[in-house]
Design a binder for this molecule. Structure first.
Ligand SMILES: [Zn+2]
Length: 252
């Protein structure tokens, strides 16, 4: 049975005093396994908060190394990490933040070949990747396994946050929202730039949504658009798209 040690009770005391979390909720967080795809601008704040909040097992995947141009927004990394594998540097930082959780690091790119193995015992997946091919692989595998997907994106001054609740049989998917996978990558942070703290906002919202799903406070699928200049936010409920190429939705 999962329990909290005296040290954990002290560490998570500000959670334990909340009626929305309490001991029962903290034990749910401890029992959860969250896979975070991408340890960059979105993954940094998402991972820091998931580790701090006490998610019992975190798996992070990334195949990049830390570069100087990353430090403008990827707040997990410091100058002494330059040239290191991101997951190795991130693993050390996260372990030093919380040594009472299990952290698995995988220095690899997610593909259709390894996704099933990576996600097989995940409670949910947080997609912090920066390219369409990874996003469509993540979408398809979460759909196949019936586990919730929290996806984020930020380009220039616009942020997007999506939740697809594949525990529900009629859940829409990433393809329902964005259509067939584009053949070419259009814009990303490397060629379009991005406003640094916007990644903190969206990545933190991904962690918040993930924690709320684990606690049982959130279900269903939604899309949130966030304007990094005006701070305005629009929220949309999502429905399955007829003829979606990814989930083959059949609508009567
Ligand atoms: Zn779909």
């Amino acid at each position: 049975m999962v329990e909290l040690s005296d040290k954990e009770q002290l560490r998570y005391s500000r959670h334990l005093m909340l009626k929305e979390v309490g001991l029962e909720g903290q034990l749910k967080l401890k029992a959860a396994h969250i896979v975070v795809v991408g340890a960059g601008g979105l993954g940094s704040p998402a991972l820091l908060y998931l580790a701090a909040a006490g998610i019992g097992e975190l798996t992070l995947l990334d195949d990049d190394k830390v570069e100087l141009s990353n430090l403008q927004r990827q707040v997990l990394y410091k100058i002494n990490h330059l040239g290191q594998d991101k997951v190795s540097a991130a693993g050390k930082v996260l372990s030093s933040l919380n040594n009472q959780i299990k952290i698995n690091t995988v220095s690899a790119k997610l593909s259709a070949d390894n996704a099933q193995q990576m996600f097989s015992d995940a409670t949910l997946v947080v997609d912090c990747s920066d390219n369409f091919s990874t996003r469509y692989v993540v979408n398809k595998q979460c759909l196949a396994l019936g586990i919730p997907l929290v996806s984020g994106a930020a380009i220039a001054s616009e942020g997007q946050l999506m939740c697809f609740d594949f525990r529900q049989p009629q859940s829409p998917c990433y393809g329902c929202l964005f259509g067939k996978q584009p053949q070419q990558q259009t814009l990303n942070c490397s060629n379009a730039g991005v406003l640094s703290p916007l990644l903190g906002v969206i990545g933190s919202m991904q962690a918040l949504l993930a924690v709320n799903i684990v606690l049982g406070h959130h279900q269903g699928s939604q899309f949130i658009r966030f304007d990094g200049l005006t701070l305005a936010q629009q929220q949309f409920q999502l429905t399955k798209a007829p003829g979606c190429s990814e989930c083959a939705a059949e609508i009567d």
